[in-house]
Design a protein around this ligand. Structure first.
Ligand code: SAM
Ligand code: DTB
Ligand code: SF4
Length: 338
């Protein structure tokens, strides 16, 4: 099976990969003995990402809390008692400082998030100014602002936006157990609007929300069926936030997380697979396994949106111990070795 998968991944352009994967095939991958699955994932990683660099993407929440949605995992949903206070959109000056600090620390991508259900037309000029701040400092720009129309996406593209993050979160079947205030089809429509505007797509989901393996497979299958596939696939492990409906969700088996990443690596050969939320509660060894399974992007800096992320120094030390270089731009690399 390994040869067949590699051969297909190499011979078929990313845009056509949707014709290849069936639910059965995805589950067969999940079911492989771990050494075989890791071998296949590494084979794809080496073939499609031969430099083996790690992308460092810094996050900044530009609009805290007060969100009307009911995403059961989210600390920023107004309806849950999580202690998060709603704030106004950050100013260009504040964002400028944060971008400079992220660049100084070595990040190559800067992603700004807002606790919005959807982008409002009145906020487009302010967001465009923030995007220009990121790109003018030479970082790759990404935003995650909720749902966007095609007109809005075109305006963001005009401002220089390179990536839009909007997650489908889980399988089509499990989705309504997690969010009831908008459908997964709404999210897919936003992804299409972003794609039509010529912006690269970043879309993934969360594991550890009580879903089954079939749901993890279904989530990857839905994304793999997009044409073309997302250029970035974030895999979040649920950060259980007190006050949210998922605060007591059972922690997912770490090896199942590793399997999900390895399957994603095989299904999205061209994409950056990001180990997104949840790393502060992972051992160095588990993170190393995720990297061996195909992770080539992480969030970098001590904060995600509302919750904690490992300190930058800790991450650099881990990458150095693993002998992994960081991406310094889309064209060059620098060694972590001193
Ligand atoms: N409000 C926008 C939206 O939902 O599209 C953008 C921000 S939202 C916080 C971005 C993503 O973060 C969510 O889609 C979800 O996948 C992830 N996320 C939020 N809270 C999380 C948590 N507690 N654990 C893991 N991932 C989480
Ligand atoms: C994504 O998939 N994960 C990031 C990013 N996209 C915006 C967000 C993770 C948020 C984790 C919970 C928090 O800090 O609020
Ligand atoms: Fe709002 Fe986004 Fe949080 Fe959902 S994930 S409640 S849309 S901020």
């Amino acid at each position: 099976m390994r040869e067949a998968i590699i051969e297909r991944a190499q011979s078929v352009p990313a845009a056509n990969l949707k014709k290849i994967w069936s639910a059965e095939e995805v589950l067969q991958l999940f079911d492989l003995p771990m050494p075989e699955l890791m071998y296949q994932a590494q084979t794809v990683a080496r073939e499609f990402h031969p430099t083996g660099t790690m992308q460092l993407s810094t996050l900044l929440n530009i609009k805290d809390g007060g969100c009307p949605e009911d995403c059961h995992y989210c600390p920023q949903a107004a309806r849950y008692h999580t202690g998060v206070k709603a704030k106004k959109l950050l100013s260009v000056e504040v964002v400028r400082e944060q971008v400079a600090a992220a660049k100084e620390a070595g990040a190559t991508r800067f992603c700004m998030g807002a606790a919005w259900r959807e982008l409002k037309d009145r906020d487009v000029p302010a967001i465009s100014a923030l995007i220009k701040e990121v790109t003018s400092q030479g970082l790759e720009s990404c935003v995650t602002l909720g749902m966007v129309s095609e007109t809005q996406a075109s305006a963001l593209k005009e401002a220089g936006l390179e990536y839009y993050n909007h997650n489908i979160d889980t399988s089509p079947g499990y989705y309504e157990k997690i969010i009831t205030t908008r459908t997964q089809d709404d999210r897919l429509e936003t992804l299409q609007n972003v794609r039509d505007a010529g912006i690269k797509v970043c879309s993934g989901g969360i594991v550890g929300m009580g879903e089954q393996r079939e749901d993890r497979a279904g989530m990857l299958l839905t994304l793999a069926n997009l044409d073309p596939q997302p250029e970035s696939v974030p895999i979040n492990r649920l950060v259980p936030v007190p006050g949210t409906p998922l605060e007591n969700a059972e922690v997912i088996d770490p090896f199942e997380l590793v399997r999900t990443i390895a399957v994603a690596r095989i299904m999205f050969p061209h994409a950056r697979i990001r180990l997104s939320a949840g790393r502060t509660s992972m051992s160095d060894e588990l993170q190393a396994m995720c990297i061996l399974a195909g992770v080539n992007s992480i969030h970098y800096g001590a904060k995600l949106l509302m919750t904690a992320n490992p300190e930058a120094e800790k991450d650099r030390a881990l990458l150095q111990r693993l002998g992994i270089n960081v991406e310094v731009s889309t064209k060059a690399e620098v060694s972590c070795h001193q």
